[in-house]
Design a protein around this ligand. Structure first.
Ligand code: ADP
Length: 409
């Protein structure tokens, strides 16, 4: 089955076409500056990237251009758009309504829309993208894969905020967690590599990218994760503060004489390792600056690692043990120094880092020694493939159900 995977932002749309049988990416690309002017990037497998400007006043035009490009007689990878048998959409916030991926019919879209208050920056553009796709491909099944779904197994004791309970009841204020598609993919792959069933392992997944989160996965189920009502909670990130005393927000607003909205912008966009270092949100820049003796860059790196260690330690306690600690995403896959600094704190549990760690940049690899009691891995995440797999599963199930219904009358 050929699956179009779409990840919509407010002014961007990332896409991939994946052949679900081989799990090969046939083409991928990105639409940028939607609603401004429009730039399309397209890369068929094994060929050079093409980039050109094209008017994209709205997401609908972006989807149309992507489909036109994919079926282009010269460098397209599809003969016709009919070859796309399903579309998988990355959805950010499914609230408590979606604990797994689901077919996107109008009722589901309405339910997602009702959750817009929980993710005002992310859900509305996703819905615009889904609706544009549905208009252009009305007979193609669409599946929504939610960033929050995998974390829905967290017990109430882990997700409840110690606020008046009525806010949970009235406004759905609780911890949801994000990056769920990645945490699930990596946790499942960890069990596979270890030659064990997911039910039999305790895994801590460190998804360390510009946005960063950690999850504790016990027996294949998420029992804790570091992000909360929004992706702001938890670890120190590229530009997000992560955990801070909520009073800091009031204090900044008061001292700087700025609004709550402006303060939240600072907490989201100007904090994190960028805020501490004043250098960059990118770990490559921070490592380079620290090497040159920049103390604040070094402090940002140290603080980042410190928080990762704190979360891992607490999740070991939550799960009453751990079999594997796994690193993924931009920093997790590419920053051996961060992995080494973090894992060094778990020597007491018999975790021995293998020197191979120093040379691993983006490849799947065990980075603990063979006889290390607790294992450590680098496992590149692949959210698009995870979305494709879920999409195929849901669409196949629906097809079988339809056939059974028809046969039984
Ligand atoms: P997101 O999806 O949240 O935007 P990514 O998972 O793509 O983030 O991670 C991007 C981040 O990964 C960059 O900001 C940078 O900090 C880090 N990164 C990427 N490559 C390297 C590298 N070679 N060494 C260190 N850090 C890297």
């Amino acid at each position: 089955m050929k699956v179009l995977v779409i990840n919509c932002g407010s002014s961007s749309l990332k896409y991939q076409v994946i052949d679900s049988e081989t799990e090969h990416v046939l083409a991928k690309g990105l639409c940028e500056r939607i609603g401004i002017d429009g730039v399309l990037t397209y890369q068929p497998a094994g060929q050079d990237k093409i980039k050109y400007e094209a008017a994209m006043p709205a997401h609908r035009q972006a989807v149309e251009l992507v489909l036109k490009q994919l079926t282009d007689p010269q460098n397209g990878v599809l003969k016709s758009i009919d070859e796309i048998e399903a579309v998988g959409h990355r959805m950010v916030h499914g609230g408590e309504k979606f604990a797994c991926s689901t077919l996107l019919d109008e009722e589901v879209l309405q339910t997602v829309e009702d959750l817009n208050d929980l993710a005002p920056l992310h859900n509305p553009p996703t819905l615009v993208g889904v609706r544009a796709c549905k208009e252009i491909l009305p007979d193609t099944p669409m599946v929504g894969v939610f960033d929050t779904a995998f974390h829905q197994t967290m017990p109430a004791s882990a997700f409840i905020y110690a606020l008046p309970y009525e806010y949970y009841e009235k406004y759905g204020m609780r911890r949801y967690g994000f990056h769920g598609t990645s945490h699930k993919f990596v946790a499942q792959r960890t069990a596979e590599i270890m030659g064990k069933k997911p039910e039999d392992v305790k895994v801590i997944v460190c998804h360390l990218g510009n946005g960063a989160s950690i999850s504790a996965v016990d027996g294949g189920k998420c029992v804790e994760t570091s992000m909360g009502l929004t992706p702001l909670e938890g670890l120190i990130m590229g530009t997000r503060s992560g955990d801070i005393d909520p009073t800091c927000i009031e204090y900044i607003a008061h001292k700087e004489g700025i609004t709550l909205e402006d303060t939240m912008q600072i907490i989201n966009k100007k904090s994190g390792v960028l805020g501490i270092s004043g250098v960059s949100s990118d770990f490559r820049d921070l490592e380079a600056a620290a090497d040159e003796g920049n103390e604040r860059a070094q402090l940002a790196l140290d603080a980042f690692c410190h928080h990762v260690v704190k979360y891992i330690g607490s999740y070991i306690a939550v799960m009453n043990g751990v079999d594997a600690i796994v690193f993924t995403a931009g920093i997790g896959e590419n920053a051996p120094l961060v992995r080494k600094a973090v894992l060094g704190h778990f020597k007491y549990m018999g975790l021995e880092v293998d020197p191979i760690n120093d040379s691993i940049h983006g490849d799947e690899c065990m980075i603990s020694t063979a006889d290390s009691k607790v294992k450590a891995y680098v496992i590149p995440t692949n959210e698009e493939l995870a979305i494709c797999r879920d999409t195929v599963e849901i669409v196949t199930k629906k097809t079988i159900e339809d056939v059974v219904k028809k046969v039984l009358g």
